[in-house]
Write a protein that binds this ligand. Structure first.
Ligand SMILES: [Mn+2]
Length: 333
């Protein structure tokens, strides 16, 4: 069990020793993001450098814009993996279920090691390297590998930088400490490229995403004297713009970024109901509690809800009233 970055270094080093002679599967979470892919590739390459047979398995594909980061490592989608006695290590998974049941079922002996930074992680593996104050799983791996002088080649450095870049919101969130910048400086010296990462991560949007954004912005409405801002997406929007729900990523940042807005809401009407994202800036808003009133959950400043059987034209105003009432109870002067 490791809970600090310093302990994580020792724990990673002894994990590498323990895995020698074994075959390893590095598992990431469903709908993988930059920290997931980055930590999978970095760990697989660190293991391979010690002669360990390691590959990466995810339920979902590597996002197309991140495929340059996955070169040099084998990535399998769960359905293409025939169980061959590999031991499982999860990265960036707050819970084993984040891997997806189909993939997890191929590892009947469970998860050997769990490397993660989510506060809610219940230490579900035999070996748990969970540093809750770390900015990213890649932050843990980078600090550990640097401390223990495990090999970090150019591609490994690029992947570690990728995860820290994305999980800190381009080095903007409160997790962006001087120590994070010191580690990133070392990664850049080892070949990580901020320019290249910016291009792959932030400048590869599709035209469909742009069209979806236009449609979303055309639905923006303000409530409670501009303190609450909402926008919405329907299945018709996805069809018209040839996009999928993956493309709604980031849209809620538009209402959140407007001066005076305390609470941003994204409604997504699906076939079975309305899903929603809630984003706030003030912890007093307790969006986790608000989401709870709407059959959802999450964090204090970022939460989601899921109103089964609801439609925007019949239920939007009712849901907005619940949101506005919660807002008035928690924040309005
Ligand atoms: Mn992460």
């Amino acid at each position: 069990m490791a809970q600090t970055l310093q302990d994580a270094g020792k724990a990673l080093k002894s994990l590498v020793e323990r895995l020698k002679g074994q075959k390893v599967a590095v598992l990431g979470h469903m709908r993988p993001d930059g920290d997931c892919i980055g930590s999978q590739v970095a760990l697989a390459r660190i293991l391979q450098a010690s002669g360990i047979d390691a590959l990466c398995i995810n339920r979902d594909r590597v996002p197309p814009n991140l495929t340059p980061y996955a070169e040099g490592v084998t990535f399998l989608q769960g359905e293409n993996y025939q169980a061959d006695g590999r031991v499982a290590i999860t990265v960036d998974c707050a819970d084993a279920s984040r891997v997806g049941t189909e993939v997890l079922s191929k590892f009947p002996t469970g998860v050997l090691a769990n490397i993660d930074h989510h506060a809610s992680n219940p230490d579900y593996a035999q070996v748990n390297i969970v540093v809750r104050e770390a900015a990213a799983t890649c932050h843990i791996l980078a600090a550990a590998a640097l401390q223990e002088q495990l090999p970090i080649d150019t591609l490994t450095a690029k992947n570690l930088h990728l995860g820290i870049l994305t999980d800190t919101g381009r080095f903007c969130y409160s997790s962006t400490t001087p120590e994070v910048f010191e580690i990133v400086a070392q990664l850049i010296r080892k070949g990580a490229s901020p320019v290249e990462a910016n291009f792959h991560v932030f400048e590869q949007e599709s035209r469909g995403k742009l069209a979806l954004t236009q449609r979303f912005l055309s639905t923006i409405r303000f409530h409670e004297n501009g303190k609450i801002c909402s926008g919405e997406i329907t299945q018709a929007d996805y069809q018209a713009t040839h996009t999928t729900k993956e493309d709604k990523e980031g849209l809620v940042e538009f209402p959140r970024s407007i001066a005076g807005v305390d609470l941003a809401v994204l409604f997504e009407e699906g076939h079975d109901g309305i899903r929603g994202s809630l984003r706030g800036r003030n912890p007093k808003l307790r969006l986790d509690l608000l989401a709870g009133k709407l059959n959802g959950g999450g964090h204090v400043l970022a939460a989601g809800f899921n109103m089964l059987g609801c439609k925007l034209h019949t239920d939007r105003d009712r849901i907005l009233n619940i949101i506005a009432e919660h807002y008035r109870e928690h924040l309005a002067e």
